[in-house]
Design a protein around this ligand. Structure first.
Ligand code: GLN
Length: 602
């Protein structure tokens, strides 16, 4: 019997960057999934870094971490969240990875006697990589997926992406017609003066694409409003794309509308046709009930919940994308409208009060007006004192607090300073010779090689006590698996001292030596975690500790905790939050279940 052929959907971008190509590509994946197809994805980043791990979140947005420890582009987070899949590090292709693999082979002698060149060696390596990775199952089921959505980073015409474009042109020929669909995401600007939708930039970028050997099957045009019929006609004529294959991605109130927007414009029908997919298992009426309910619910929420994000890169929200998404998932589940109070950590420090009193006051007002405080992960010493101050404020004023990675470490430092009276308590990351090193470098780390040398990826945490808040929120399981990315850890030699002073280490690794969760018993909600729960939060399946934070901040924690216990005894495993050990495949929580009066939708 002939093996099932893999279908590929390539998503490229034209005109300008920042069109939301990643969200569009993920939404296309959702739509195809809703038609009954198993979908995987590959993101191509044409930069020379081997992975995103060594790049600044301020320049490039957050570094997303996968189960296998891959440090990847944030778009892989979009795919994991939208498609509810688990990707591997190889699902993110970079120029660095491709060149390194070719050079390694050259050194081994695999090309002996040959001149190694961009064409065919680099272009072949790209195609082989795509074919290999597309076949990896990512949805927990066996066997290769049906469709692989490939997103090419950057904009058509970039020098960096040329080898990839050439490779993808060859690839479309290699896999053959009916197996390859190219969707070009472009911009149709509306000029204020005339109010007219302008097609020229799209025409030019499609011409550029064609001159590089790629022909678009579908145009996805970003614009403020729906495209006029005559604009579609014009685009069709000049770009040689049938009118029914031109969709508008106009501005919507929240990103969960995008799969619905694509469905309403029958994008799935166009894609299925190009991909020659009319199998009986595939429906042309995508099932998007949960997406519709969530998108509508999100629009309706109006009671605000304010969370202070005390971070370093407060100027670019992409730097903390997964944390924001996790907060959003939790807020929607709690029936609240998320409002972020951005607080630049260093603005809370005393030094700022002297240099710039207005900035200092605004930062403090912002912190104090929040219902909860979140200190996200981070590296380097800028703003660390401010983060310590934020933890102190939350602890002393009974404000719900969630500290992630560095946010847990700074909470430990704060506790050691304020409660144990260890004036010099610090992390050796910030003060190498501190007299009170309560956070120290991990023995297995490297100080000379920064790429991929942290404690990375999925690791196990064992709960130490049965009924701590964290353990209850995770459903009172013995252990959980969450993703990590750190070089420093709580000094095991100081644990008993801290514990005696009231700081509970309620989660540890399998050796019992590595501290994973801290909690303060007599506080409404004070939790710090060495891992990053945000990476496994999903729409409809909020991460347990984010849910706890928002529930505590909105006065719903008791109800939530009672519920999680009740649900467990009733065997409702489908309501397990992300990160719990027994999550069910693609089942999204029924966010309207139980008609809950308290606003809790999980
Ligand atoms: N800089 C700290 C460490 O390396 C925290 C890392 C983080 O927050 N991801 O341990």
């Amino acid at each position: 019997m002939k093996q099932k052929e893999m279908k590929y959907v390539l998503v490229t971008g034209g005109v300008v960057s920042g069109l939301g190509k990643g969200v569009t590509a993920s939404s296309i994946g959702v739509l195809l999934q809703a038609c009954g197809l198993r979908v995987t994805s590959i993101k191509i980043d044409p930069y020379l870094n081997k992975d995103a791990g060594t790049m600044s979140p301020f320049e490039h947005g957050e570094v997303f971490v996968l189960d296998d420890g891959g440090e990847v582009d944030l778009d892989l987070g979009n795919y994991e969240r939208f498609l509810d899949v688990k990707l591997t590090r190889d699902n993110n292709i970079t120029t660095g990875k491709i060149y390194q693999s070719v050079i390694d082979k050259e050194r081994k002698g695999d090309y002996l006697g040959k001149t190694v060149q961009v064409v065919p060696h680099i272009t072949d390596a790209i195609q082989d990589w795509i074919e290999r990775v597309a076949a990896i199952p990512v949805d927990g089921k066996e066997g290769p997926p049906d469709v692989c959505v490939i997103e090419l980073g950057g904009t058509i015409g970039d020098i960096e992406s040329m080898p990839f474009i050439e490779a993808l042109g060859q690839f479309s020929y290699r896999v053959g017609a009916g197996n390859f669909c190219l969707i070009h995401v472009s911009l149709v600007p509306v000029l204020n003066a005339v109010g007219e939708q302008k097609t020229k930039p799209t025409q030019h970028s499609v011409r550029g694409l064609r001159s590089l050997g790629l022909t678009p099957n579908i145009l996805a045009c970003r614009s403020t409003t729906e495209l006029d019929t005559n604009v579609k006609e014009k685009l069709s004529r000049f770009c040689h794309v049938p009118e029914e294959n031109i969709v508008t991605l106009y501005d919507v109130s929240n990103i969960w509308h995008i799969p619905l927007l694509l469905r309403d414009q029958k994008a799935h029908e166009a894609i299925l046709k190009v991909l020659d997919l009319d199998l009986p298992c595939i429906t042309s009426k995508p099932v998007l009930g949960e997406w519709t309910a969530r998108a509508q619910l999100c629009d309706k929420l109006n009671e605000p919940i304010r969370v202070a994000m005390v971070g370093k890169y407060t100027g670019l929200s992409d730097s903390y994308l997964s944390v924001l998404k996790a907060l959003l998932h939790a807020s929607v589940a709690c029936g609240r409208k998320l409002v972020i109070n951005w607080v630049s950590a260093s603005d809370l420090e005393d030094a700022t009060a002297i240099e710039n009193p207005d900035v200092h006051r605004v930062a403090w007002d912002s912190l104090k007006s929040a219902d909860g405080v979140l200190v996200p992960g981070g590296f380097g010493d800028r703003g660390v004192e401010g983060k310590i101050i934020a933890a102190k404020y939350a602890r002393e004023n009974n404000v719900p607090y969630l500290g992630i990675c560095l946010g847990m470490q700074t909470a430990v430092i704060e506790y050691a300073r304020s409660v144990l009276g260890l004036e010099f308590a610090n992390s050796t990351e910030f003060d190498q010779n501190t007299k009170n090193p309560c956070v120290i470098f991990m023995p297995e780390g490297s100080k000379t090689h920064m790429g991929g040398t942290m404690r990375l990826g999925s690791r196990r945490t064992y709960f130490q006590v049965a009924n701590s808040k964290a353990s209850q929120l995770y459903g009172n399981h013995r252990f959980i698996d969450e993703r990590h990315r750190h070089r420093y850890e709580v000094n095991p030699d100081m644990v008993s001292q801290l514990e005696q002073a009231g700081l509970s280490f309620t989660g540890k690794d399998e050796s019992g030596q590595r501290m994973q969760i801290i909690e303060i018993g007599n506080h409404p909600y004070f939790i710090g975690v060495q891992f990053h729960p945000e990476f496994k939060s999903r729409p409809g399946k909020p991460s347990a500790l984010f849910l706890g934070l928002i529930a505590a901040a909105s006065g719903q924690l008791d109800v939530l905790l009672k519920k999680s216990v009740a649900m467990k005894s009733n065997g409702f495993t489908n309501v397990m939050p992300a990160g719990s050990p027994h999550r069910h495949g693609n089942g999204v929580n029924n966010i309207h279940s139980n008609g809950n009066r308290n606003g809790l939708h999980v």
